[in-house]
Design a protein around this ligand. Structure first.
Ligand SMILES: NC(=O)c1ccc[n+]([C@@H]2O[C@H](COP(=O)([O-])OP(=O)(O)OC[C@H]3O[C@@H](n4cnc5c(N)ncnc54)[C@H](OP(=O)(O)O)[C@@H]3O)[C@@H](O)[C@H]2O)c1
Length: 350
């Protein structure tokens, strides 16, 4: 049988539109699968990669982090997957730089420890919202020792347990504040933390309070409420649990000002950010920046994601918004992502 033809949405130069064109058909190496993509998702990082070429190691580039589709080929040593399996996967072009590891193609190489079987009941379009967000959430919650996020910036190390399938999860007696509870990474961190028995208090847009509760937050406060700091501090105190700190999934000067005010009132704690944290934090604040490609997530990928999807412990949230079908829609989806989204993940079907 003739090999299928691969195509990709290529970035040939920073700051230029993606160009759809032929691409070599990837080959699965040891510990890898090749996925025939049925859906890919857009992340804010992708816009940044396109605009300034950050993380691009090889031109022309194929980037993108989230895929869902069918296994086309497995590497020689691969046991967990076989051809035809329905999967979701986290594509790692971000660290490898290899074009075959980018999601924005018809076929993508995924490391087996960043992939999981997608239950039949879940569509590719829904499932594709999960991969990058899951790995980010594990990096937020479970790193035990600080690593390096970028030169001079360490990662946070909250050292919290992995999520469990027990329902409800036994309480750990700890409270974490999630700033940006309706964002993709904020809502997935809320889901995994809740499943690890952590009490979550989140901060989201007024129209997304119920959405964040659906992800597991016990209490949610409007980020535009002028008394949001007071309300969060009160809520943490009322929880009666040990205060872990804040995961800031937004990480702007405004959110940092709120974070530091909350931490000051609660005696300090962790400040885990999606971007470099504020420069001068008090000594009782342990600040760090997430770097969301890390093998700390392997046990979650291998043992948790599939059964959690099956029983609804991981919900495919925020829900997808389909921008179109075909690689040529990825450029339009990137434009929409740059304009901003609210409690949804932009998806292109293939
Ligand atoms: N360092 C890493 O490894 C890493 C990994 C993944 C993501 N990131 C970064 O993390 C950020 C979030 O990514 P994402 O994919 O989760 O984004 P996203 O889903 O596109 O974020 C959109 C959400 O942000 C919320 N939001 C915006 N301003 C807010 C504010 N002031 N307070 C509370 N919520 C606010 C909006 O909430 P409402 O509509 O409810 O107002 C909206 O639902 C991006 O900057 C991304 O680049 C970093």
């Amino acid at each position: 049988m003739a090999a299928p033809k691969n195509q990709a949405a290529w970035l040939t130069k920073a700051g230029t539109p993606l160009e759809v064109g032929d691409a070599p058909l990837p080959i699965a190496g040891p510990g890898e699968i090749v996925v025939k993509n049925a859906a890919v998702a857009i992340n804010p990082l992708d816009c940044h990669m396109q605009d300034v070429g950050v993380f691009v190691q090889q031109w022309p580039a194929i980037f993108g982090c989230d895929v869902a589709g069918e296994v086309y080929e497995v590497g020689a040593d691969v046991q967990r997957f076989k051809r035809g399996d329905r999967v979701i996967g986290h594509a790692i072009n971000l660290v490898s730089g290899r074009p075959q590891d980018g999601a924005y193609a018809l076929y993508t190489v995924i490391p087996t420890n960043k992939a999981a079987i997608l239950p039949d009941a879940i569509s590719f379009t829904n499932g594709v919202v999960v991969p990058f967000a899951v790995e980010t959430a594990v990096c937020v919650l479970s790193l035990k020792v600080p690593g390096v996020a970028m030169p001079g910036v360490s990662t946070p190390a909250l050292g919290l347990p992995y999520p469990s399938l027990q329902d409800p999860a036994p309480s750990l007696g700890k409270t974490l504040v999630v700033y940006g509870g309706s964002s993709s990474v904020g809502s997935m961190t809320t889901q995994l933390a809740t499943a690890a028995g952590i009490h979550i208090i989140s901060i989201a847009g007024a129209h997304n309070l119920d959405f964040s509760k659906r992800c597991g937050a016990a209490q949610v406060f409007d980020h535009k409420d002028p008394s949001v700091v007071d309300r969060v501090v009160e809520s943490v105190a009322q929880s009666g649990h040990e205060f872990i700190g804040i995961f800031d999934a937004i990480a702007t000067p405004d959110t940092y000002a709120h974070d530091l005010a909350i931490l000051a009132r609660l005696g300090g704690g962790h400040l885990a950010c999606v971007h470099p944290p504020p420069a001068d934090v008090p000594s009782n604040v342990k600040a760090g920046m997430i770097f969301a490609v890390n093998d700390i997530a392997t046990p979650v990928w291998e043992d948790y994601v599939t059964p959690a999807l099956e029983v609804g412990k991981i919900q495919c949230l925020p829900p997808p918004t389909v921008v179109g079908k075909g690689l040529e829609y990825i450029q339009e989806a990137l434009k929409k992502s740059k304009a901003g989204v609210s409690a949804t993940k932009l998806v292109v079907e293939l």
